[in-house]
Ligand binder design. Structure first.
Ligand code: ATP
Length: 303
């Protein structure tokens, strides 16, 4: 469990995080979203004790990161995968982290295997691609078998196989009851990986909600296909629905649910070929939620 309460972080005249409160619960993947400069990295840095809050608290399991005796056994984090010494090998790099946190050597081999890096364990990191560095960063985060994981843009640089791997890994870790906080700009990926979303803009909370609830807040009507479209459209309108003819030849119906539409068609013995409730994509929803919270919105600079 991560508890961010009334957190404020200022840098000189800039307020990066502004009275932000949210809780990241175990057993699910929480996506952390926001436009560039929204304050995501700052919030993660404060949670990890890398930055001191100006006001408020950021606690993990009720304690500050700095108070933990063996923090890597409680929290695994990946903030910047490129921040590793190129001269080291994964074996040396992870071995050093393991020793300084009293973690056994067998765990190093296990996470290298898990991250798909066992074959490159003795290769100099300087020769790694960004994707391999991401895998190494994830291996390091998992080293202490922590109950809490925080990953900033973990799919950055990964190929489709790698993206799928991390999706399965994070969902599996959450299913084991761990707390997983994940930031990403890839909305399609977030839609597949996260159960819950925390959205911030200009350092403030915009939404803290499940993916399902969010989609329900942005309905796009019900798509209905029938060989007797005209007749069905008339009956739906009489029943109080707003009916539009969709580009794909079907009807887009608002104001009535899928069950009501199906029952109405059945009462009049009108065959239907499809009744699909539609929601906006996460990308659409995200853009609508964060409209106005974008620090460097296109066009704004020209004004
Ligand atoms: N060390 C720092 N000194 C001064 N200002 C900073 C510092 N770190 C962050 N900021 C400012 O704080 C704000 C929030 O930045 P932050 O990096 O936390 O945003 P972010 O949501 O992680 O953005 P991105 O998606 O681009 O990574 C920005 O205006 C940024 O310029």
């Amino acid at each position: 469990m991560i508890d961010v309460t009334d957190l404020t972080k200022g840098y000189g005249g800039t307020v990066a995080v502004d009275r932000l409160t949210f809780h990241v619960k175990p057993g699910r993947v929480t996506g952390f979203l926001g436009p560039n400069g929204a304050g995501k990295s700052t919030t993660m840095r404060v949670i990890l004790g890398l930055d001191r809050p100006t006001a408020g608290t950021a606690l993990i399991g009720g304690r500050r990161y700095g108070e933990m005796r063996h923090p890597l056994r409680e929290v695994g984090a990946l903030l910047d995968a490129t921040a590793v010494q190129g001269g080291r090998t994964p074996l040396g790099h992870l071995g050093w982290i393991a020793r300084s946190n009293r973690i056994g050597r067998e765990r190093v081999a296990a996470v290298l295997e898990l991250a798909g890096l066992a074959g490159a364990a003795r290769t100099r990191i300087g020769r790694f691609s960004l994707g391999m560095k991401q895998r190494l960063g994830i291996a390091a985060a998992l080293l202490g078998d922590p109950g809490v994981l925080m990953l900033d843009e973990p799919v950055n640089g990964l190929d489709p196989d790698g993206v799928r791997w991390i999706r399965g890994l994070l969902r599996g870790l959450a299913a084991e009851g761990r707390t997983v906080l994940l930031s990403s700009h890839l909305m399609s990926e977030m839609e597949l990986t996260a159960d819950h979303l925390v959205v911030i803009g200009r350092g403030r909370l915009i939404a803290d909600t499940s993916l399902g609830e969010l989609a329900a807040r942005f309905p796009r009507g019900v798509l209905v296909r029938s060989p007797r479209t005209g007749e069905l459209a008339r009956l739906l309108a009489e029943a109080g629905a707003a009916v539009a003819t969709g580009a794909e030849g079907g009807l887009t119906v608002s104001g009535l649910g899928a069950a009501e539409i199906g029952e109405l068609a059945a009462r009049h013995a009108i065959p239907v070929h499809e009744v699909t409730p539609r929601t906006a994509s996460l990308e659409d929803i995200y853009l609508r939620l964060t409209d106005g919270a974008t620090e460097h919105a296109a066009g704004r600079a020209e004004r």
